[in-house]
Design a protein. Structure first.
Length: 314
């Protein structure tokens, strides 16, 4: 059987097409690569490459084996990255993953405020969809994920750090005299960009549509809310989006009104249940909490409670 060194050398030779190319990629000598490759073939009991006039040609067995080896090699690379991430985490480095709606407003604002007080802390920020939260945390590509809801999994825990609500995004010319809040029924008979497939927000919206027994004309169905914003701007229809997305993308042509009655949701800091949040990140989460508590409600309306709640294995 092949060991990890065999896999590494075979993978490099297969991709580079030569021993010399593999040696350069691995930063080792050509004789070392040739020796490991020959040893791998002896262990396997068949040739991986045909050798003719100094050139290597992969055998059919090598092609079949490469599909498996490539998957293993990727997992080894992921392991190395995980080890690197863990090491960097001890040096004052926070890896943050956020839904796109937080990527333009909340996350940059939180990082700027935090680094003003903690200039030696560095960040890695990535955006992701709700369905990618578990994998991203398990592979240690991030320490914290900020989302609207934690995927139900025993390996995950979450803290509610704030709240938001859904509202209607539209072109100002389409509803020139709109009140401070809009009923969802205003969408009936109008072209509508649906968020039916956009994770927890889609589920929340669909339940409300069913409760009100509304008939909506779905012009386009989207899975990413900022795409809905672009479609509204182009006059494709109105859309229901969260207030964080709306605030990030509003311009003079667009307006946003929260719903009547309000349709609220929690904002959660999500992490691995068996890895408590490091002390370094506690003050950063406090900054996030301040920015994700309802601060932009219509005048006179009280915000929802923003007390932190820890839920493990939800």
């Amino acid at each position: 059987m092949m060991n990890l060194r065999h896999i590494e050398v075979f993978h490099a030779v297969y991709l580079n097409g030569s021993v010399s190319g593999a040696a350069r990629a691995l930063n080792v000598s050509q004789p070392s690569v040739s020796k490991v490759l020959r040893h791998a073939e002896i262990r396997l009991g068949f040739l991986l490459f045909n050798r003719a006039k100094g050139k290597l040609t992969a055998t059919e067995e090598a092609h079949a084996l490469f599909r498996e080896v490539d998957e293993i090699y990727e997992r080894v690379g992921s392991l190395r990255q995980t080890a690197k991430n863990i090491r960097r985490g001890d040096e004052g480095h926070i890896r943050l993953a956020v839904l796109p709606g937080f990527g333009l407003g909340v996350a940059p604002n939180a990082v700027a405020q935090f680094r003003a007080r903690h200039p030696n802390v560095s960040f890695d920020i990535q955006t992701l969809h709700h369905a990618d939260i578990l994998r991203t945390l398990q592979e240690r590509h991030c320490d914290l994920a900020i989302g609207y809801e934690a995927p139900p999994h025993p390996k995950l825990a979450h803290t509610q750090i704030g709240s938001g609500e859904l509202g209607i995004l539209y072109r100002r010319q389409d509803l020139p005299d709109a009140p401070a809040r809009l009923k969802l029924s205003v969408l009936e008979g109008r072209e509508f960009v649906s968020l039916a497939h956009s994770g927890p927000m889609g589920t929340l919206f669909n339940k409300e549509v069913a409760r009100l027994n509304l008939e909506l004309t779905e012009t386009v169905t989207i899975s990413t809310l900022y795409v809905a914003v672009a479609l509204v701007r182009q006059g494709v229809g109105m859309a229901v989006v969260d207030d964080f997305t709306a605030r990030a993308y509003l311009d003079p042509e667009l307006e946003y009104r929260p719903l009547d009655p309000p349709l609220r949701f929690g904002v959660h800091c999500i992490y691995l249940a068996d890895r408590p949040i490091p002390r370094l990140m506690q003050p950063f989460i406090s900054v996030l909490s301040a920015l994700t508590t309802n601060q932009h409600l219509p005048r006179g309306e009280a915000p929802a409670s923003s007390g932190l709640r820890l839920v493990a294995g939800a």
